[in-house]
Design a protein around this ligand. Structure first.
Ligand SMILES: [Zn+2]
Length: 278
């Protein structure tokens, strides 16, 4: 794994010329580049500060082998398609979730009590909806082949507005683990209203793993996101990850490898230096 800082800005001619002196090639206009050399990054920080660059984050490249040799992975990215309905005034929220205990500041405290409604479905084997970052919809034949034999439950997906069941896809019902994660290297937001904690969703390095992960697929106890957005991270075991890849549902780069506490420090060697430099 290699760490890098990704820097994005609307570059002007003077900045482009200065960056070129450091062997960084970027064009005038909106653009980004990655810096893999920590000492070079440290050298450039004063410039970035002077230029008031706010889009700067720590990223990492994993090799395919690193991802595929992890016992558990976090689902990092997936195809998004459409929005839950009704989509005006957060209508879907009150139709799909019990919001009695939901905090209207941070969005924590809701739980699903009804099926999602959508206008149409894509052709993807697995996908998620906009705004909802911890629920997945899976082609029904793939659910029956892969998830059902593992005991993963599902629920229907419905068509907006007639509420008919869409036969071609189901929603996975993903259990939530009780055991907390060690997220001590992540920034937190404390909700001023309910006092609940939300973690920065941008991952860095190998992702932490619980000591006793649940089998196959589950969600974290912790919440992530900012503002009113609140979601849980979804983890999968190597067995399910490999099945999803073999069946063309996901690619290896959609996953981020996890490591338990005792291995995390070694695996994320050098990460604290990068984090501190930010
Ligand atoms: Zn709150």
């Amino acid at each position: 794994m290699k760490f890098f800082r990704q820097i994005t800005s609307n570059w002007n001619e003077e900045q482009v010329a200065i960056l070129r002196q450091y062997n960084i090639k970027v064009d005038v206009g909106i653009g980004r580049f990655n810096i893999y050399d920590l000492s070079l990054y440290k050298e450039l920080i004063p410039l970035f500060k002077k230029w008031e660059i706010n889009l700067d984050f720590l990223g990492q490249d994993f090799t395919k082998k690193e991802i595929l040799s992890a016992d558990y992975c976090m689902i990092k990215s997936w195809n998004l398609f459409g929005y839950p309905m009704p989509d005006n005034d957060l209508g879907y929220l009150y139709h799909t979730y019990d919001t009695k205990n939901m905090c209207d500041e941070c969005g924590i405290g809701k739980y699903q009590i009804d099926d999602f409604r959508v206008i149409k479905v894509p052709k993807y084997p697995i996908w998620g909806l906009g705004w909802i970052f911890d629920e997945f919809f899976v082609r029904t034949d793939l659910y029956v082949k892969i998830f059902k034999p593992l005991g993963v439950k599902c629920r229907p997906l419905r068509k907006y507005k007639d509420d008919s069941i869409i036969d071609s896809y189901v929603q996975l019902v993903i259990p939530v683990i009780e055991e907390p994660l060690d997220l001590s290297t992540y920034d937190i937001d404390l909700c001023p209203k309910c006092g609940m904690t939300k973690y920065n969703p941008k991952p860095h390095g190998y992702y932490p793993l619980q000591e006793h992960p649940l089998p196959y697929i589950y969600k974290t106890k912790e919440h992530f996101g900012d503002g009113f957005s609140s979601f849980r991270r979804v983890f999968v075991s190597s067995y399910l990850r490999d099945l999803m890849i073999e069946n063309g549902m996901m690619r290896f780069r959609h996953f981020m490898p996890c490591a338990k506490s005792e291995e995390l420090c070694t695996k994320n060697k050098g990460m604290m230096e990068w984090l501190k430099a930010g």
